[in-house]
Design a protein around this ligand. Structure first.
Ligand code: ADP
Ligand code: MG
Length: 310
């Protein structure tokens, strides 16, 4: 297969939106953003063997490549609109492209995101996606807004994706519920949208709770105190690991793509109601305090977080 056949295969299945004036096929896409809205733009790359096990199913790779970008839009409270896709492939495989498109485009459809262009080259398996979202001026959730006295919240459960990775690294079969969290993270788009005007800051958890919350603290000029016993865990995680390992995975494991956000204490009931509406656990896990850094008793904070080149 030729590069253009691969592109045609993707293009044939990519859905459009009314604000896409010109999609895949020309030198640029043309877009008509609604007047007065700001664009939120983000990019993430997945490299085989670094961001996913090499034997990951193509459909899961496609899903995850878009999901991690939608998660960044969610963390800002933006409404996803468009994306571009840069694909580096070792060989022009029809099966890979079709599987990849299944995962990528099914998630795109769920969030009404149009794939509007990209680039296709030969090389080691690597996928870069840029996602564009829309947001009203001054309403984005930023890392810099946390205030002393705010409550710290997290969505869903923590540590599941890292638990799957731990099993895979040990050569053990991955527990299906944990593997699903690693391969098919759920970007918390509806939550991010709903938190506009409620949360004082937000971040998505890609590198681990402690590491990502530390970014919020740095940007906001505050400290955080976490209650280790409050961190939410899934039954699957508790079944697979002892209590100490669970806690380490919850505090420091990456790849869950849950949202960690802060909000004034007075928003407590509003957030509980939101949890009901979205059918998504939202757990109060600590407080913003004066000072710097994240403190969490019983957890080795210094060992937290994944860093490339570390
Ligand atoms: P150019 O050489 O002008 O950059 P390309 O031949 O790379 O154009 O791409 C042709 C069209 O196909 C462009 O509209 C481009 O955005 C799109 N495209 C290329 N690769 C992809 C891809 N992996 N996914 C979606 N669109 C793609
Ligand atoms: Mg090109």
């Amino acid at each position: 297969m030729h590069e253009f056949d691969l592109i045609a295969r993707i293009r044939a299945r990519a859905a459009l939106r009314g604000d896409v004036v010109l999609g895949i096929g020309d030198d640029c896409a043309l877009l008509a953003p609604p007047p007065g809205m700001q664009l939120a733009v983000t990019m993430d790359t997945l490299n085989a063997g670094v961001h996913f096990p090499p034997e990951t199913a193509p459909a899961d790779i496609g899903w995850k490549a878009l999901a991690v970008n939608l998660s960044d839009l969610a963390a800002m409270g933006a409404d996803p609109a468009w994306c571009t896709l840069s694909l580096s492939l070792p060989e022009a495989s029809e099966d890979f492209i079709d599987g990849f498109s299944d995962g990528f485009l099914s998630l795109a459809q769920q969030h009404d995101v149009a794939l509007i262009g990209g680039d296709t080259t030969r090389g080691p398996l690597s996928i870069s996606v840029t996602a564009h979202g829309l947001i009203e001026p001054d309403s984005a959730l930023r890392r810099a807004g946390a205030q002393v006295g705010d409550a710290i919240w997290v969505s869903g459960t923590l540590g599941d994706a890292a638990g799957a990775l731990r099993q895979w690294q040990a050569g053990a079969p991955m527990a299906p519920a944990l593997q699903a969290r690693l391969d098919r993270p759920t970007p918390r788009v509806a939550l991010g949208r709903a938190l506009r005007g409620i949360a004082s800051s937000a971040i998505d958890i890609s590198d681990g709770l402690l590491a990502d919350l530390a970014h919020v603290c740095r940007a906001s000029g505050v400290g955080a105190r976490l209650d280790a016993r409050a961190l939410p865990s899934s039954a699957a995680l508790r079944q697979a690991f002892d209590a100490a390992t669970c806690l380490a995975l919850q505090a420091s494991g990456g790849d869950d793509y849950e949202l960690c956000f802060t909000a004034p204490a007075a928003q407590r009931d509003v957030i509980h109601a939101l949890s009901q509406t979205l059918n998504l656990p939202l757990t109060h896990i600590g407080e913003i305090v004066t000072g710097t850094g994240v403190c969490c008793e019983d957890v080795d904070v210094a060992a937290a977080g994944y860093q490339h080149f570390a």
